[in-house]
Design a protein. Structure first.
Ligand code: ZN
Length: 223
């Protein structure tokens, strides 16, 4: 069966400050069991693991998205797993691409990634809720909260995309973290000293919405 990423809006919508929630969190499970995203008003990072879609607030605390929550941006896929590949212990976010290349991953295609393990060094960030008029994302993340963990077990999920996807999908490796006890998480800034495995799943197709509701149709997008 084809593996399909479902995405609620182009990444550019988030970049230009379209932070209102346009997708109910309850809808995410219809599109898959793994995902990343950002909540309404940028109030938290979304990390979907094993079919549970968590909201990670600015204080890094994670909990399943409450009823009525909605997503400004999200990418969700039905992840079916695969053979876990052991990661070299010195793997970092910088060396991960080469590690994956060594396993035959193409730089031109899109993949779902899942890393399970213990991380000697991990840095995450969480966005802070924004209010109207919304700033561009780059401005909003200037006040992000950042967290450093010395040794923490958990799961990273997300996507690897080629640079050519531009402003449609976040390019490169976009990973969100959820601790093994499911209590903290965030958008991954960096990691190292990993004792764990990665699974990589090729994505066949990308199903993206171009919403004609919310702010995006009327927001000035840089050329
Ligand atoms: Zn993120």
């Amino acid at each position: 069966m084809a593996v399909v990423i479902w995405q609620n809006a182009p990444a550019m919508a988030l970049e230009v400050g379209c932070f209102d929630g346009i997708t109910p969190a309850e809808e995410l499970a219809e599109h898959g069991n793994l995902g990343v995203g950002a909540f309404d008003q940028l109030d938290g990072e979304m990390v979907g693991v094993d079919g549970v879609f968590h909201q990670v607030l600015a204080d890094s605390r994670a909990a399943p998205a409450p009823p009525g929550a909605s997503l400004a941006f999200c990418m969700v896929v039905d992840y079916t797993g695969g053979d876990p590949l052991p990661l070299p212990p010195d793997t970092t976010q910088h060396t991960l691409p080469a590690v994956l290349d060594g396993h035959g991953v193409s730089p031109n295609l899109v993949y779902t990634l899942r890393i399970d393990g213990t991380f000697a060094d991990l840095r995450t960030r969480c966005v802070r809720p924004q209010s109207r008029p919304y700033p561009p994302l780059a401005e909003a993340t200037r006040t992000q909260t950042e967290f450093a963990y010395d040794r923490i077990a958990g799961t990273m999920v997300g996507f690897r995309t080629p640079a050519y996807v531009g402003h449609i999908m976040p390019p490169g490796h976009h990973l969100h973290f959820l601790s093994a006890d499911r209590t903290v998480g965030g958008h991954v800034l960096s990691f190292g000293g990993v004792d764990g495995t990665v699974t990589v799943e090729h994505v066949d197709r990308h199903d993206i919405c171009y919403p004609d509701t919310g702010d995006f149709p009327h927001t000035v997008v840089p050329g």
